[in-house]
Design a binder for this molecule. Structure first.
Ligand SMILES: Cc1cc2nc3c(=O)[nH]c(=O)nc-3n(C[C@H](O)[C@H](O)[C@H](O)COP(=O)(O)O)c2cc1C
Length: 392
């Protein structure tokens, strides 16, 4: 057996392994408990909750697609109080972290739910501002930075000590814009991606297959989009903890998201084909980490910038391309990674900053001394990567 420390930290919460089940694809865990001990999982994102019970959208609300599914379930759930009374005690029996997922029609509703859930002792709250299948709130909050920030502020103000993770939508032109707004508003972590809006039409009837016409695409088809978006957000917000998801069905998929910058990963649609998918993803990740000679799986996080070699550094969303330094993130399990340097900071050869005295959030320490492949203090021009030729 590989000897890899599988624990990771997400917004200050320690998960025994990086594999979480994605909201809406695992119910409240009761069905899956027939297959294995839910304590095998790093965490459980419970089905999306609203303040009051919801019936969801009319059927048909699931349609198969090549390499994925479209769903327009529309947040069918018993309401937050019924969850706290009837479901949370069941989930609490297992040695795993419980993450409540919430959606509101107004910022105030998010606030009320956060207060209730924090009081009930969930380990984390995932604020869904990205559901494409509901009319009020839903996607509108996730596509407009100012609304996303407002919801985040209200959630944080009512969540007490419970960490707040905000779930981002892929249905935007620039995901980093929303990510930054939400981070500035105080989010403790980000999760991404939710489903991509899509549509299928029945050629015989000429009508859409889903009753609601459109739905959210998930499954293996969306993995490359998820990897790209996690990478962009991780580059734009170094040190921000990320729960990556979208199309993960095996260890390699999860490793891609972690290398792109995720601290942990969620498995969703894959569960419908194989209830054991999260377990095989966890075991696959362990083997990949062992193969790379890592003692901790958390060292994969952001490894695209440190373990790998070749591609260009992620300059497309860096406000001041041209300067990079290597730092160690508090949130990313101590992984060394490449950071963009804001213009007002100058890095000295000894690894300290000159001027401003400000340290970018999440930065704890710089790598020691010269001679390292990514030596600190060395300025790197856009289009280059320390120690490597561009594009090699
Ligand atoms: C049937 C279904 C229901 C979902 N319900 C929710 C939900 O209630 N809240 C939420 O934040 N995301 C929900 N999602 C999105 C997933 O949590 C996840 O972000 C998305 O499916 C991408 O991951 P995957 O490709 O592994 O499924 C749902 C997805 C599916 C397929």
């Amino acid at each position: 057996m590989p000897n890899v420390d599988m624990s990771v930290t997400l917004a200050g919460v320690t998960l025994k392994n990086p594999v979480v089940v994605a909201s809406g694809t695992f119910g409240f865990g009761r069905e899956y408990n027939q297959f294995y001990d839910l304590g095998e999982l790093g965490g459980i994102c419970a089905k999306g909750l609203t303040l009051h019970r919801r019936e969801g959208n009319p059927a048909p609300r699931i349609a198969e697609t090549p390499m994925g599914i479209l769903n327009s379930v529309g947040l069918q759930n018993p309401g937050v109080d019924a969850f706290i009374e009837g479901e949370l005690p069941f989930l609490r029996q297992f040695d795993t972290k419980v993450i409540a997922n919430i959606s509101g029609n107004t910022p105030e509703e998010y606030g009320v739910m956060c207060e209730k859930l924090s009081g009930a002792g969930v380990d984390m709250i995932e604020v869904n501002i990205s559901c494409p299948n509901v009319k009020a709130g839903g996607l509108a909050y996730g596509t407009r930075p100012e609304l996303a920030a407002e919801v985040t502020k209200v959630a944080k103000a009512h969540a007490g000590k419970t960490p707040v993770m905000v779930k981002l939508s892929p249905n935007v032109t620039d995901v980093t814009e929303i990510a930054k707004a939400v981070a500035d508003a105080g989010a403790d972590a980000l999760s991404l991606i939710n489903t991509l809006r899509g549509m299928r039409i029945d050629v015989n009837t000429g009508r859409p297959i889903l009753k609601m016409n459109t739905g959210g695409l998930s499954g293996p088809a969306v993995l490359p989009v998820a990897v790209r978006m996690v990478w962009e957000v991780s580059c734009a917000l170094p040190g921000m903890p990320i729960l990556g998801m979208g199309g993960v069905s095996k260890g390699e998929d999860a490793a891609q998201l972690m290398l792109a910058g995720a601290s942990a990963v969620a498995v969703g649609t894959a569960l419908f084909a194989d209830p054991y998918a999260p377990i095989s993803v966890r075991d696959g990740l362990e083997q990949i980490a062992a193969r790379k000679g890592l003692s901790k799986v958390s060292e994969l996080t952001g490894g695209e910038r440190t373990l790998g070699a070749g591609g260009l550094p992620c300059v497309s969303h860096i406000p001041h391309p041209g300067k990079f330094f290597v730092g160690r993130s508090r949130h990313a399990g101590g992984t060394d990674r490449l950071y963009p340097a804001p213009d007002h900071l100058h890095l000295r050869a000894d690894g300290h900053f000159r001027g401003g005295g400000v340290r970018p959030p999440g930065l704890l320490a710089l790598l020691p001394g010269a001679g390292q492949p990514h030596a600190p203090g060395r300025e790197v021009r856009a289009g280059q990567r320390p120690g490597h030729q561009p594009g090699v």
